[in-house]
Design a protein around this ligand. Structure first.
Ligand code: ADP
Ligand code: MG
Ligand code: ZN
Length: 494
């Protein structure tokens, strides 16, 4: 019998706010343990939470970006459990009335569009972090109370690769929307992965196995790659899968059982008595709608459509937003946006990363010094104006300079910021299209290479290229190659 996998993801994302969810403590990564704390986020008795309005806004904004409904009323609940990372013994979350629900996310996968339904995106709070030392353990509460969005997908995913692409697409949307920086290294995105298998074509879902707290997308993919055949093997050999929770061991590359699944009633959810239900009014919602940006996929599709870009170029601009923003106004003004894209991607981007690699090497050499100047070179630091790229493309398109001369011009304008026209003039790079001058070079080349001339006349077409090369050399690379070809042919045939 053939089996298929069913996957649903619960993704936790730290919101990009200045302060925490219920208090004024900084929402900042990397501070000394327990320095961004106060009685509220340490769960002292008698304190009251005050909701962070920007976190509420970012939650609703995410809902809009993910095509969700925004219910007229949402509320907060306490999820009770006992564990050292939660000083209050409960986590505030949204249980039965989330701030957003019933949306979807679309992304490209295997050359087609995948649409994964989003069950809900609800607001909760992060908890502290446990550390284990040789003889003791400690808890850092800096993270406790950081606004956390939980984005729950329907079980619409069917493969490890698709789950991986979903996560990347989700991250792109959240970064584009300014909802979260999604810095994986800083633990800003964590994911619970739910996997089940069932006989192909069967309607009912198999027993859900949840792999908890994954912190890298490639880890998620590997865990699913491991988990699917493991589950299939269990059912094929007559075993029974039961709903349970597993842990991913990244070094061993396996999942192992932690516990059979807890149920919602184990948490004794109840409404948070210290917070009012959240009922956004029309004006507030309108302000948030104004913050909705174009989504990454839509941007890619628009770049392909409006500027006739190949998908690969549009993908680059989707992933590198500043580069795309640099490209677009130029493309709008150019007759040849494809050429603009080529220069921006193949030359400008390459030069920038070359320059940044150089400074990275310096950095390794003199660490202390580098700390001060290790700033990466960005588009904002360029010495030339964006219009110079337009000008350069126009010079090539009008055949004023050859493409190889254009490379020289670009290198020079990158170094010095001089305008392309000035560089062409200073370096004498303008193509010679003057037929008189070209004719003289052609005659010289023909006279100097009688063998090639004979070869060509005997049907060896390649000999023409050789002669063409000779003319280009005589002209110091400045002759217009198309004109040279035409003229040589005319002379040799005539
Ligand atoms: P819980 O209440 O235990 O968290 P939910 O039904 O809310 O469980 O689902 C949590 C996540 O698990 C969702 O992302 C959902 O899509 C996914 N899921 C639910 N059932 C299955 C299943 N049988 N196989 C795979 N994923 C599932
Ligand atoms: Mg769950
Ligand atoms: Zn605090």
């Amino acid at each position: 019998m053939e089996y298929e996998a069913v996957i649903g993801l619960e993704t936790h994302v730290q919101l990009k706010t200045k302060s925490k969810m219920w208090c004024g403590c900084a929402n900042a990564f990397g501070a000394e343990p327990n320095t961004n704390v106060c009685p509220v986020c340490l769960g002292m008795p008698g304190v009251l939470p005050v909701a962070n309005e920007e976190a509420l806004r970012l939650t609703v904004l995410t809902g809009l970006l993910l095509n969700c409904e925004i219910p007229p009323s949402a509320k907060f609940d306490r999820k009770n459990y006992f564990y050292p990372d939660v000083a209050k013994n409960y986590q505030v979350t949204q249980y039965d009335r989330p701030s957003t629900r019933n949306g979807y996310l679309e992304f490209e996968f295997n050359g087609a569009l995948s649409r994964v339904r989003i069950t809900r995106a609800h607001l909760e709070e992060d908890v502290g972090k446990n550390f284990h030392f040789e003889r003791t353990s400690g808890v850092d509460f800096n993270r406790a109370g950081v606004p956390l969005l939980e984005i729950v997908s329907e079980p619409d995913l069917t493969s490890p690769d698709q789950a991986y692409e979903y996560l990347n697409a989700l991250k792109d949307v959240l970064v584009y929307g300014g909802v979260s920086d999604c810095d994986m290294e800083k633990g800003m995105v964590r994911c619970d992965v739910n996997v089940s298998v069932r006989p192909k074509g069967m309607k009912e879902l198999g027993a859900k196995i949840e792999i908890k707290n994954m912190n890298s997308f490639s880890g998620v993919r590997r865990a699913i790659e491991y988990e699917i055949p493991r589950q299939i093997e269990v059912v094929k050999t007559g075993g029974k899968l039961i709903q349970s929770t597993r842990r991913w061991d990244d070094t061993a590359g396996i999942t192992e059982e932690m516990r059979t699944k807890e149920h919602a009633h184990d948490y004794r959810y109840f409404p948070e008595p210290d917070l009012m239900p959240f009922e956004p009014d029309a004006k507030w919602l309108e302000e948030i709608s104004a913050r909705v940006v174009e989504l990454p996929l839509a941007r890619k599709q628009r770049f392909i459509r409006d500027y006739q870009l190949p998908a690969g170029d549009a993908e680059v601009f989707k992933n590198d937003v500043p580069l795309g923003n640099y490209f677009e106004p130029l493309a709008k003004r150019s007759k040849n946006p494809k050429a603009i894209a080529n220069w921006v991607i193949n030359n400008l981007r390459a030069k920038l990363s070359e320059a940044n690699e150089k400074s990275a090497v310096d950095e390794m050499l003199v660490e202390a010094e580098a700390a001060q100047r290790a700033q990466a070179i960005t588009l904002a630091d360029l010495k030339f104006q964006p219009e110079a790229v337009l000008e350069l493309v126009a010079l090539v398109d009008s055949k004023t300079i050859s493409t190889s001369a254009a490379q020289q011009v670009f290198a020079e304008m990158f170094e010095t910021g001089k305008s392309p026209a000035a560089i062409v003039k200073d370096k004498g790079l303008a193509q010679v299209s003057d037929t008189g001058a070209i004719e003289k070079f052609c005659d010289e080349a023909i006279a100097a290479n009688p063998n090639s001339v004979a070869d060509y006349k005997n049907g060896k077409v390649a000999a023409l290229n050789f002669l063409k090369g000779q003319v280009m050399k005589l002209s110091k690379g400045k002759a217009n190659p198309a004109l040279v070809g035409e003229m040589l042919e005319k002379k040799l045939k005539g």
